[in-house]
Design a protein around this ligand. Structure first.
Ligand SMILES: [Zn+2]
Ligand SMILES: [Zn+2]
Length: 293
């Protein structure tokens, strides 16, 4: 299996001279099996660049796993050119929103309403279908085995483990390790903490030993003090998890829109010097970076 980053930015696209190296597009990862089966995780603006490359390879059969429906993970979907061309097949996978009860089909239909986009979902030329993903319900896409897990974020968010051709990858989507909402002297504190610990243990169990661990690392520890409960993780929390789970390669992603290339280079050097004994390789996710597992 191999994968390629097409978008690594969080929240909003951030093109410009200060983000040229790591890229300004929002989340999108292309995954290819040895048989060239195509799985895509998330449809941020990076998916548009991917779609331009796919135009030369049509007809395509694409499977897009959506971690969650915040804009930066879906706003490239209506611009995924192959959906406008007959002969292509697209399957969109995602969860059912706890609050609205709506499934992933509703997302594309809403994005493509008349007021927002010139072509409506019903007029799509490709063969488009939708599949609802449930936590812990394993499914297959060609030779790949997909395991979704629910991860803490303000909206329903799935992390996906993909096993294929004897290698493995995990992407968190947006993820902040849950904080205890109670004070240590409150009766609810310990049971709540036990629930948090159980969730983290389940995540560690699922990602144990994966070849590539791609994780939301939006904030530095200093920034995080002011961004608690925003639903995003830190570089240091990512390293902690990676150590616990003994992953082989750790990719920090979902870069803050204000984070420049120089900032990311500096953070990377600092992390290397602070973690000299780490068993896993560290990478800053970068647009265009392709890894053969
Ligand atoms: Zn995001
Ligand atoms: Zn989000």
């Amino acid at each position: 299996m191999k994968f390629k980053f097409w978008g690594v930015r969080g929240s909003i696209p951030s093109p410009g001279p200060k983000t040229n190296k790591y890229g300004g597009n929002t989340t999108c990862i292309e995954i290819r099996s040895a048989d060239d089966d195509l799985i895509i995780i998330d449809g941020g603006t990076g998916i548009y660049q991917l779609s331009q490359e796919l135009l030369a390879k049509m007809p395509i059969d694409a499977h897009i796993l959506i971690t969650h429906t915040h804009w930066d993970h879906i706003h490239g979907l209506p611009f995924f050119s192959p959906i406008h061309i007959a002969g292509n097949t697209l399957t969109l996978y995602g969860g059912q929103d706890f609050v609205t009860g709506q499934g992933i089909d509703r997302t594309l239909k809403m994005q493509m309403q008349h007021s927002f986009f010139p072509i409506e979902e019903a007029a799509l030329q490709a063969d488009v279908s939708y599949k609802t993903v449930k936590a812990g319900e394993v499914f297959n896409i060609a030779s790949a085995r997909i395991t979704p897990i629910l991860l803490n974020h303000p909206v329903i968010n799935f992390g996906y483990r993909i096993d294929c051709d004897g290698s493995s990858l995990f992407f968190t989507g947006d993820y902040e390790q849950q904080l205890n909402i109670y004070q240590p002297d409150e009766a609810e504190y310990l049971p709540f903490q036990a629930m948090i610990d159980e969730n983290v243990d389940a995540l560690v169990e699922l990602i144990k030993g994966v070849d590539a661990f791609i994780i939301d690392s939006s904030f530095t520890d200093e920034e995080y003090q002011f961004k608690k409960n925003w639903g995003h993780g830190t570089f240091s929390a990512a390293i902690k998890l990676a150590k616990k789970a003994q992953v082989k390669k750790l990719f920090f992603t979902h870069h803050e829109p204000t984070r420049t290339d120089d900032d990311l280079d500096n953070i990377y050097q600092q992390l290397l010097s602070e973690n000299p004994e780490l068993d896993c390789e560290l990478f800053i996710a970068q647009e265009g970076l392709e890894i053969q597992l």
